[in-house]
Design a binder for this molecule. Structure first.
Ligand code: TXD
Length: 321
């Protein structure tokens, strides 16, 4: 099998970790692009020099020239500013839309047949813009948010119940903002509803609901919690790992069911917007969107989240993008 070519646009914090993870897992040859001179070359050299110790023989190239991404099979975009303490993701809109537009124009030129995973914030708007500018089919332009938000939710549940996080299934739907929708009713430990285990732990339904509510709130604010601690940027290890899970499912055609930012055409009653939903990821990108029954409260929360995405996209259009 020919080795895949993976282009990473943005050689900052997430781009660097992505490069290392791809190298260690030998997912494909990496081209790391950034506009900052020498930065991607320096990171690529540093990571390549670990090849003997880590035992990988893929090529890792840093570049400031878009020509080097030519023919990439997979493109992962992290270009754009991260949040500083006190900022919301939406505060990044104007700056990052400008960056995303130029990234998309170049991907359109050099890698129009690629599948793209977008990570830059504000996520839902950036995916929308990237797809619009490149014209790449919707099912091949996918946003990363849900895998991370769900992993955060699962981590908190595992800590609370004192069980391995490997046995937690928990999903977060909706936009990648404060209105995201952690699905409590479907959260489980190897099939056992998380709420049932919480009720048994506390012997009290009200207390169990209160504890779950706190975990839901922490999940929604988890990005901000990290920003506040780091002070100079936002989370980067976990977003990189999350994008790698998506990339692996695509490259190895695993058909994993992952919550991703996908373009909806009527699913969940939503039409014409990119929103976080469970999807099957395989060699063709998004191969299926899995709909599930939501109760009234869950559907209302999802609708509220979609409204936030809608107004973000409207703001972006108003700004001329
Ligand atoms: O789950 C998620 N989707 C996210 C998204 C979780 C955490 C952070 N998320 C967002 O990813 C964050 O808000 C940012 O918008 C992106 C990238 O975060 P990162 O932490 O990697 O930011 P850095 O370290 O500032 O890196 C961004 C790089 C930096 O090296 C810039 O020089 C580069 O982007 N950059 C560009 N690259 C290419 N082309 C252009 N025009 C460009 N402009 C800046």
């Amino acid at each position: 099998m020919a080795r895949k070519k993976i282009a990473l646009i943005g050689g900052g914090q997430i781009g660097g970790v992505l490069t290392q993870l791809i190298a260690q897992r030998q997912l494909g040859d990496v081209v790391l692009f950034d506009i900052v001179e020498d930065l991607p070359q320096g990171k690529a050299l540093d990571i390549a020099e670990a090849s003997r110790v880590d035992g990988f023989d893929i090529s890792v190239k840093g570049t400031n020239s878009y020509k080097d991404i030519e023919g990439a099979d997979l493109v992962i975009v992290t270009a754009g500013l991260p949040r500083k303490p006190g900022m919301s993701r939406d505060d990044l809109l104007t700056t990052n839309a400008q960056i995303m537009k130029s990234v998309a124009e170049n991907v359109k030129n050099y890698a129009p047949n690629s599948i793209a995973i977008i990570i830059s914030n504000p996520l839902d708007a950036m995916v929308t813009l990237f797809q619009k500018v490149t014209g790449i089919s919707h099912h091949k332009v996918i946003g990363q948010a849900g895998v991370l938000d769900s992993s955060r939710f699962a981590t908190f549940i595992a800590w609370e119940l004192g069980v391995s996080v490997k046995d937690i299934n928990a999903m977060v739907l909706g936009g990648h903002g404060d209105t995201m929708v952690p699905l409590v009713r479907y959260a489980n430990v190897n099939g056992i509803p998380a709420m049932e285990l919480l009720e048994r732990k506390y012997g009290d339904k009200t207390k169990a609901v209160e504890v779950m509510k706190a975990m839901v709130e922490r999940t929604k604010m988890a990005g901000g919690e990290v920003v506040k601690l780091l002070k100079t940027g936002s989370a980067f290890y976990s977003p990189a790992s999350s994008a790698i899970a998506m990339a692996e499912s695509i490259i190895y055609d695993e058909k994993r069911v992952l919550p991703v930012c996908a373009y909806l055409q009527g699913e969940f009653g939503i039409n014409g917007y990119y929103v976080g939903v469970p999807a099957v990821l395989g060699e063709n990108g998004i191969e299926n969107i899995l709909e599930l029954t939501l109760d009234q409260e869950e559907q209302a929360a999802l609708d509220n989240s979609v409204n936030a995405v809608r107004s973000l996209v409207a703001d972006m259009v108003r700004l001329g993008f």
